[in-house]
Each structure stands twice: as C-alpha cells, then as structure tokens.
Design a protein around this ligand. Structure first.
Ligand SMILES: Cc1cc2nc3c(=O)[nH]c(=O)nc-3n(C[C@H](O)[C@H](O)[C@H](O)COP(=O)(O)OP(=O)(O)OC[C@H]3O[C@@H](n4cnc5c(N)ncnc54)[C@H](O)[C@@H]3O)c2cc1C
Length: 462
C-alpha cells in the first residue's frame, strides 16, 4: 500500500486533511505535547515484528505514520484524541512495538501514539496492581515481588513489552499453564480508556467489561491505566530436559501439565532441529534431541524429577530464577513462545511460523509424521477454560504463500484450528468473528473509525 498523505483516512465521508499545511496545523494544536516527525523516528515507531511473516513483510513494508506523539499524562492523551477527532486524523497506539502481526503499524498514516511514557507502577492492594499502559512487564513483576506477588502471566517479551500492548495485542504466555490465557475472565480487573470523540471521555471498564479492549489492537479506545490481578510469588527453577523421541517428550509434558500437585509456570516442548538455534543453551543439548523447557516451583521439584526419570528424560540445564537474574543469563523463557521462532530466525531467515491448537497428542504425532522438518513442532501447554490445552507455534520452512496456506488448510481439515499469524486483521487471526462487545464499544468510543483503522473488519462507518 502506498503511503497516503497526512490524515487521509479514505473511509471517511467528511473533510480529508490533504492540504500540505494540514500537518503543520495539526502539530500546532499539539502545543507542548512532545512529538517527533523525524523520518527515522517515525519509521522506527511505525514497525513491529511483523517481518516474522513473509506475507506481512511484503504487505506492511511501506506503512508509516506521520508523527510520533508521546503523551506525558492521561490529560495529554485526551488532548491528542480530541485533536485527532477534530482533524479526522488516524491514531495508532503503541507500546513496546513487539507485536507480531503488524498490530501497531499504522495502515493509513496519522499519529503513532507512543504510550511508553505512561509507565506508573502501583499501588498494589490485595494482590491487584494498578499500572500505566506503558509500564514494562518486567518492571511490574520486579515491583510486585518484594511485596510477595508476581505477574500471573507474561509474554516471552517480558523485558521489552508493555502491559498495555500485552492486554491490547497479546494472548498469553509464561504462567498461562496455571492461570489460563488473557481472554479468561479474571485476567484483567479493570481498565481506564480514553475515547476518540469530539469531546473524548475517560471510561472506566470494570471486571469483564475491561475485556472489550483486550486483543482489540487499540481499535476501540486508548488504555491509560490497567488493574491486573497477581499471583503469590514463588521461587522458580528453570529446567531443560532432553529426550531422544519428541513424542515421548510431548507425553511427559502433558503429564506434567495434568499433575496438579506440581506448580508450574512454563511447559514447552520443541522438536529437533529447533534446539540447534538455542544460543548458549544449545551446547547442553545432545545432537538430535527434542527439548522440554520448564519453570517449576522449587517446592515441587521432587515429583517433577521423579516423572522426568520415569519418562526417560535427561536433565541438561537447571538453574533457579535468582541465579539466572544474578548472572545476567538469558532466561529460559526466551527460548519459548514466540522467542522460539526468533531464535531460529536468527540462524535461518527462510523460516516462518504457525499458531495452532492440537485437540490431542495423536494429532501432534500425525502432523509431526506428515510434515517432518518442514513444520518443526513447538508445543506450549496452557490452561484454557479450565482444561489443559495444547497450543503450538510450529516453525515452518517457508517456500511459498500457497504452500503455507495448504499447510494451514491441512491442519484445519484434520481438526487443528490455526490462529493465522499472517494477517493484521483481528478477525482473520484467532477469533474468525468480530467480537460483538468490542464492536459495540468501538461504535461509541470511536465513531469516526480513527483508531488503528483497517484492523477490525467488522467496523464500517455508520
Ligand atoms: C520474540 C517475540 C516473542 C513473543 N512472545 C509472545 C508471547 O509469549 N505471548 C504473547 O501474547 N505475545 C507474544 N509476542 C507478541 C508481543 O510481544 C506481545 O503481545 C506483547 O505483549 C506486546 O506488547 P507491546 O508493548 O510490544 O505492544 P505493541 O506491539 O506496541 O502493541 C500491541 C497492540 O496493542 C495496541 N496498544 C498498545 N498500547 C495500547 C494502549 N495503551 N491502548 C490501546 N491499545 C494499545 C497497539 O495498537 C497494538 O495493536 C511475542 C513477540 C515477539 C517478537
């Protein structure tokens, strides 16, 4: 898509800002709110990790905002939203810019709203923490721990991603094996959201209502504060176990997932040759081995290792999270979730990935057999709706878009749903349908369709 002129959001029936002076007039309206139009800054802040996908890489390469605006407060966000509504300028919110599907890429120019400045953390009351959307997950976790609490779940981009970006663009991650994924009721306690109207409002969404902005890609409001329920903090131990056979590892991982007496934060299983790309960890992995990566509470190590021995696994790595933090080593979770794909991409640019669900280990075995090294198995075990669930982020050797679509089709025909990571449209990814509550909220919060336009298919101008 060719870059359009400032503010030219073509689905609008009202005035387009296509005059050369439009940007200057808009910038004057920002007053002292920090902003930057330097091309290198705008280009850097108009991107995320969409390049994992060869399809999105081609599609989004030329999409740029016009100005990066960095609010210092909720009042600034309200002023920016008011200005965008008045000038009919698109506004795309952004946290750490680590999304994988071009969620934070402005398709129609306009404002890139960098929310990393709204990074307040606390207070923490009764196990729930109040945070600004720009607070990094790691910083929130580290602030909660001395008070005996920790994040229930975080993406493997813990060190760089923001809580606002996680809520608006993420799905789950480390911790989801115990606490479920972000869409589960109870994962978010509340959200303050600024609307994009002529006179923007600050809306408080409590309880499940806060899910109206969860995984909505910032299309129906700008999150300015979140309340996140925490979990009691544990000393965790990072463990890697090698198996000669991938399916034996998968059975072991599933057993750990089903053993409620073992407290866990991470259960990942990857097939060879994926571990060959695992940075410093690879030296410990025997050639040809499948690798299980785990975070287990110190209190329940004994039953974990009993089962590892019974299944014939070989422990190749074991460190407490305190040792990892003190040594500055790469945390084990940076080999899991979508970091697995990144580790392989660092070595081999000809791969991409899938995201899917396996209803059973039999289907994992079938797909493993069928595709071999073309679709390298990578399983993540989570709880979903109260049940153990097998998710996968398979690393795919990419040849053509047609072959990728064929692989997706075969999985779906065999009953393995694919949450397509090669699209920036919300509905075409995981959900397949427009969430009616999210759409209804967008109709009131963003009547002109200025928030991250082009990402929610279900929205059409009134
Ligand atoms: C190596 C790697 C590993 C990853 N692992 C995981 C994983 O384990 N689990 C997972 O779920 N994801 C994962 N991701 C995707 C991504 O890192 C996470 O979803 C992350 O939480 C996004 O946070 P962010 O601050 O970078 O958000 P951004 O990428 O900046 O934004 C994400 C979306 O949220 C919107 N947004 C941001 N802030 C706001 C706000 N204040 N109000 C409204 N909308 C907003 C943006 O418009 C965008 O649509 C991974 C990505 C990479 C590259």
């Amino acid at each position: 898509m060719a870059k359009e002129r400032f503010g030219a959001w073509k689905n609008q029936t009202s005035v387009h800002l296509t005059q050369p002076s439009a940007l200057d007039a808009f910038l004057a309206g920002l007053g002292d709110i920090p902003h930057d139009t330097a091309p290198n800054v705008v280009a850097a802040k108009s991107r995320d990790f969409f390049w994992y996908s060869p399809i999105l890489k081609e599609r989004l390469a030329d999409c740029l905002g016009d100005v990066v605006v960095t609010p210092r407060s909720e009042a600034d966000v309200v002023a920016i939203a008011r200005l965008c509504a008045a000038h009919r300028v698109p506004l795309t919110a952004r946290g750490g810019g680590t999304g994988n599907y071009g969620q934070a890429v402005p398709l129609h120019g306009g404002v890139v709203l960098d929310l990393t400045g709204l990074a307040a953390i606390g207070p923490l009351v009764d196990g729930t923490i109040r945070v600004g959307p720009g607070a990094k997950l790691k910083d929130i976790d580290l602030a909660a721990r001395p008070q005996g609490w920790e994040l229930r779940m975080f993406p493997s981009t813990y060190r760089t991603a923001t809580i606002g970006g996680f809520v608006a663009g993420g799905s789950g991650g480390i911790g989801s094996i115990t606490y479920g994924v972000l869409s589960e009721r109870g994962a978010i306690a509340g959200a303050r959201v600024v609307t994009c109207e002529a006179e923007p409002r600050v809306v408080e969404l409590r309880g499940y209502d806060a899910h109206r902005v969860q995984h909505a890609y910032g299309t129906n409001g700008i999150i300015t504060e979140l309340e996140i329920p925490l979990a009691p903090a544990q000393p965790w131990v990072e463990i890697a176990i090698a198996f000669t056979d991938f399916m034996q590892l998968a059975r072991f991982a599933e057993t750990i997932g089903r053993t409620d007496g073992i407290m866990k934060k991470l259960i990942t299983a990857v097939a060879w040759p994926i571990p060959r790309s695992f940075g410093t960890l690879k030296a410990d992995v025997p050639e040809g081995s499948a690798l299980g990566l785990f975070m287990i509470a110190a209190a329940t190590l004994a039953p974990f290792f009993e089962l590892a021995e019974a299944f014939g696994g070989e422990t190749v790595y074991r460190r407490t999270d305190a040792e990892v933090a003190a040594s500055g080593a790469v945390p084990i979770f940076e080999y899991t979730w979508n970091h697995t794909t990144l580790q392989v991409l660092k070595r081999d640019r000809d791969v991409t990935y899938l995201q899917s669900a396996f209803p059973s280990l039999e289907l994992v075995a079938e797909m493993n057999e069928r595709f071999g090294d073309e679709v390298m198995q990578h399983l993540e075990f989570v709880r979903s709706g109260g049940e153990l669930a097998i998710r996968a982020l398979q690393v795919v050797r990419y040849t053509t878009a047609e072959r990728l679509n064929e692989i997706i089709r075969i999985h779906e025909e065999r009953g393995c749903p694919v949450f397509n990571p090669h699209t920036y449209v919300i509905e075409d990814g995981g959900r397949k349908i427009t969430d009616p509550a999210q759409l209804a909220f967008k109709r009131v919060a963003d009547p002109q369709g200025l928030l991250n336009p082009g990402k929610m298919r279900g929205w059409t101008p009134a």
